[in-house]
Design a protein. Structure first.
Length: 357
């Protein structure tokens, strides 16, 4: 353990929250973040976990509330936790804990929320090469990959992809913040990810848990102003939960319901994007405002170009002409990611701008 990383404020917090070492905790009403994580990791408190994700089937989603030792996630023969990492995944200075399940069983992200620990479950391919700044590589196939961070919205998470790579039969496409770029620009940005130090992992043992969550954690104590700003930003993000609701049960809807929800999702994402864009324009001035408007124009032009190419495959001039309107979800996702970036800009949250040189 690198003791030099521990701030005085964090050590004081640890002493206040733990009297007499790992075995004695304070009352439920004033438990610290550290003690809440410790109790869950040592199977002394329950945790609520879900593998529900945007576009997932809620009827088939697994939800579990109980001790980690009783969790149903992972393969039947590999439900144990091999190791864990402690790092800030969303920039609010409150740590998250990433659990890696044995035998490629996936990951569980534990998050402190409303006084208790909540967990979100991810497949193994969804969170590879985790870095100390919270960035990671995900891949849905050999032909599609991304690099980004997590964004918490309500009880679920959205991948805030900074970089995306798509390979089709006749071309390779590269994106930064959903804006088409050439391969050299993409590679420079990916190099920044590759050069970022990896997250520090710890063996999942009682001794290690007590050492980390009693002797200190790797996070600074945020100022009151920063904490309030992070709280307001998170409240804004949580207000977008209604959009995610339109994506659930993606594959089990009738075509009529699918198309109606897809259109509502697409329209809602663009309405939210335009709303926060207007707020950013009102807040910014000078060069910052010029940079925002220039980036927004690039984003709009890039999406118009890619949409036109996709519609040509279907011999259509607009999404409305398609019987199956899956593209509404695809481009709604892009608008939602843009909304998230504008929210971060509005609140001065530069945590997600890790490729800026």
């Amino acid at each position: 353990m690198n003791k030099a990383k521990y701030s005085f404020a964090v050590l004081v917090l640890a002493l206040l929250c733990f009297c007499g070492g790992c075995g004695k905790e304070r009352g439920e009403s004033d438990r610290s973040v550290s003690s809440a994580f410790r109790d869950v990791l040592l199977n002394e408190a329950t945790v609520f976990c879900t593998d529900k994700l945007p576009k997932s089937d809620t009827n088939g989603a697994n939800e579990f509330e109980g001790l980690l030792s009783e969790m149903p996630y992972g393969y039947d023969y590999a439900r144990r936790i091999d190791r864990f990492a402690v790092l800030d995944l969303d920039g609010d200075a409150i740590p998250e804990v990433v659990l890696e399940l044995a035998e490629y069983g996936g990951f569980i992200v534990l998050r402190y929320r409303d006084g208790r620990i909540h967990g979100n479950v991810f497949g193994y391919r969804s969170m590879n090469l985790l870095k100390e700044n919270g960035a990671f590589h995900g891949a849905s196939s050999a032909f599609e990959g991304s690099v980004g961070k997590l964004c918490f919205i309500g009880d679920t998470v959205v991948d805030d992809d900074k970089l995306r790579f798509l390979e089709s039969i006749d071309r390779e496409s590269y994106y930064i913040d959903d804006i088409l770029v050439d391969s050299s620009e993409y590679e420079r940005a990916f190099a920044l990810f590759s050069e970022t130090p990896a997250a520090e992992w710890y063996n999942y043992t009682e001794e290690t848990v007590c050492e980390i969550f009693v002797e200190g954690v790797l996070f600074r104590e945020p100022s009151a102003e920063a904490a309030e700003n992070a709280k307001e930003r998170q409240a804004y993000l949580d207000s977008l939960s209604y959009l995610l609701d339109l994506t659930y049960d993606y594959t089990s809807k009738t075509l009529e319901k699918f198309n109606a929800d897809a259109r509502s999702y697409y329209d809602g994402c663009y309405e939210e994007m335009n709303r926060i864009y207007q707020l950013c324009q009102e807040r910014l001035s000078g060069e910052a405002l010029e940079a925002l408007n220039a980036e927004q124009q690039r984003w709009e032009e890039s999406n118009a170009e890619t949409l036109e190419e996709r519609l040509q495959v279907y011999y259509a001039d607009s999404i409305e002409e398609l019987e199956d309107r899956t593209l509404y979800y695809t481009y709604g996702d892009i608008a939602l990611r843009r909304t998230l970036r504008l929210i971060n800009l509005y609140y001065g949250f530069d945590f997600y701008d890790w490729t800026v040189q």
